[in-house]
Design a protein around this ligand. Structure first.
Ligand SMILES: Nc1ncnc2c1ncn2[C@@H]1O[C@H](COP(=O)(O)OP(=O)(O)OP(=O)(O)O)[C@@H](O)[C@H]1O
Length: 608
């Protein structure tokens, strides 16, 4: 059945009426239905965000005033009044004719319009429409596995249902990106999938569309009615709080007016508010692993009805830091086993040993690679400069200064600067601020409110420089990031791929600059190889370093030069032997079914 939904009915007129009577947008309170007014609401009506410019704090490059403050209201957990009225466990979706209640219908809360704050960026019309498709046309694609469903060329070829199609239009997606062309039909066919596609190429929609469509069209058994326990049908896990929030925001757009209820749960934010959202019903739960384990242990969430499990940044989710929690969630609670649920793993990088580990979670899966596994997109111009440790700060400021001079018509791109440690992030932010560069920072030692304020201030352009640890390396989709600076190079080439992937997204061009010195020798060869693969100019000095230093660069050794193909680990003769992951480099790490990994004491992680 294709989902036929009422669209643009009273909710839209209510929006319009509310808009007409509201004052300045940033302080517009969320709509409260009359029968709920004067009650204590689960989600207080907070302004969606306060843009610093509204307080007269516009960009002021080069002045020495204090740019450190990030203004803005705290994030409204659960995304406002998007409630469902479905009771515990959300809607009990049935097949045709049983009337999935539209969110906000009946006695439920009105569904906030997630598109209402979408602003067209001040770029050209072509850029505004999203992806520059020509950039992806000749990208190599590889699939392996049994009976791979054929790809599609247009959204119209896929039966996603009227309501979802309407939302795709609202998102201004004209045609599917390569990963969407392949992944959506595979997922709609009910197959498990391990998908590897370049940063910024639309993986979020690639796993969200089939999940939403599946929830809308499948017949599910009645969900149990156990007081205070939520029974989601789909679980989307991601490694950071900010990324979970972003996926939640996207999923709410895709499921607008479909009746599918999306809830987010992540650490650092009050759990009570998240619990109340869950009690109102949830079909798709987006979560970070730590908070989800907490909810499971409190029996406030049961996974017994899960039909779809998606891991975004799946290689990160299955590496040492997260694997124990993921195994606990997926294997030791009440989630249906592989085959009884559909599992979708997505990332831009998939080291082979992680592929082996991941196979524990999958049933007869299809492997999809769009572009080289772990490669960067050639939309990103990569530069590497030799900079002594002691010169890094002044060199960065020179770069920022030159950038400011080159800004055309006041159109300022955002700059994301990656450093290795939390202390280093604070120190660099301070240094930039006292030197008149409007900067803020994000890292794991800041409170969640500070983290979200920093991100908001960066996104709005109020503080167009964000100093970050790897907590911001993956998944974040910030449209105007023009320049990524690796002030400190990471030790793993995959981390580099994700970091630079914060620019050059959705077909747009980007610039990435890395500072290299003798403390980065192990990265010389992987960096030179990666740049070569992406058709970048490799400086002669880096090639010389690469030639004389042993291969390092973390787990994902690239031994095959610039060829495409053969990355599905199942195709390799060593598959199932379980020992020579990368030609005997110490092995042992991530042995399938091992449990109890995690960072050892004293090993710091920038992650949640
Ligand atoms: N079909 C489409 N047409 C136009 N824009 C699209 C389409 N699909 C996705 N986008 C946009 O492309 C951008 C990047 O998408 P997304 O964040 O899903 O990338 P990703 O592949 O998950 O990246 P990463 O590897 O960094 O997590 C988003 O702004 C998204 O709205």
């Amino acid at each position: 059945m294709s989902a036929t939904m009422r669209t643009a009915t009273w909710a839209d007129s209510a929006d319009n009426a509310a808009n007409a009577s509201s004052t300045a947008r940033p302080v517009k309170p969320a709509y409260v239905p009359p029968h709920l007014r004067n009650r204590s609401m689960a989600a207080p009506a907070e302004p969606p965000s306060l843009v610093a410019n509204d307080r007269g704090l516009g960009n002021n490059w080069g002045s020495s005033s204090n740019f450190k403050q990030d203004f803005g209201a705290g994030r409204q957990v659960g995304g406002g009044y998007g409630g469902g009225g479905g009771g515990f466990g959300g809607f009990n979706r049935g097949g045709a004719g049983n009337g999935r209640e539209r969110v906000g219908g009946g006695g439920g809360r009105r569904e906030a319009n997630p598109f209402e704050n979408d602003v067209d960026e001040p770029f050209t019309e072509q850029e505004n429409t999203g992806i520059n498709f020509d950039a992806y046309d000749d990208i190599p694609v590889e699939t392996s596995g049994e009976n791979v469903p054929p790809p599609v060329n247009t959204f119209a070829e896929i039966d996603l249902g009227d309501a979802l199609n309407q939302n795709i239009k609202r998102c201004k997606y004209v045609k599917p990106t390569p990963v969407q062309r392949y992944a959506i039909p595979i997922s709609l066919a009910g197959r498990d999938l391990m998908a590897c596609a370049q940063t910024g190429s639309g993986k979020t929609a690639a796993f969200c569309f089939p999940i939403i469509s599946g929830i809308l069209t499948e017949q599910y058994a009645q969900r149990p009615r156990v007081a205070r326990t939520a029974y989601p049908l789909a679980l989307i896990l991601s490694p950071t709080r900010e990324l979970s929030c972003q996926i939640h925001d996207e999923a709410k757009k895709f499921s607008y007016q479909t009746g599918v209820k999306v809830v987010v749960a992540y650490g650092g934010a009050p759990i009570t508010q998240q619990l109340r959202e869950l009690e109102r019903g949830v079909d798709i739960l987006v979560a970070t692993p730590g908070r989800l384990v907490d909810l499971l242990e409190r029996a406030r969430v049961s996974l017994q009805m899960i039909r779809y499990l998606a891991l975004d940044e799946a290689d990160r989710m299955l590496d040492m830091g997260f694997e124990p929690q993921i195994r606990k969630i997926v294997e030791q609670m009440d989630m249906p086993p592989p085959g009884m649920r559909q599992t979708l793993l997505f990332s831009a990088t998939f080291p082979k040993e992680i592929q082996r580990l991941a196979s524990d979670f999958l049933a007869s899966y299809i492997f999809l690679a769009v572009g080289r596994v772990g490669s960067s997109t050639d939309l990103i111009a990569q530069r590497v400069e030799y900079v002594l440790e002691s010169d890094k700060r002044s060199h960065l400021m020179d770069l920022l200064h030159a950038q400011r001079e080159n800004d055309v018509n006041g159109k300022q791109g955002l700059t994301l600067v990656f450093v290795e440690t939390k202390k280093g992030a604070d120190a660099l932010e301070h240094c930039l601020c006292v030197n008149g560069f409007p900067a803020t920072c994000i890292h794991g030692d800041r409170t969640q409110q500070e983290r979200e304020q920093a991100l908001r201030s960066f996104k709005t352009g109020n503080t167009p420089i964000l100093v970050a640890t790897d907590v911001a390396a993956r998944g974040l989709d910030i449209p105007r990031v023009a320049h990524v600076v690796n002030f400190d190079l990471p030790n793993d080439i995959d981390d580099y791929v994700h970091r630079i992937g914060r620019t050059g997204r959705a077909g747009k061009m980007g610039l990435a600059t890395a500072f290299f010195n003798d403390s980065n020798l192990s990265m010389a060869k992987p960096l030179a190889d990666l740049m070569q693969e992406a058709n970048q100019e490799v400086p002669a000095w880096l090639t010389r370093y690469a030639a004389r230093t042993p291969y390092g660069g973390g787990r994902n050794k690239r031994t095959g030069g610039a060829r495409f193909g053969g990355r599905d680990v199942r195709k390799e003769s060593s598959y199932n032997k379980g020992n020579d992951y990368y030609g005997g480099n110490g092995g042992g790490y991530g042995v399938p079914a091992s449990y109890g990994g995690g960072y050892g004491q004293g090993v710091t992680s920038a992650w949640d």
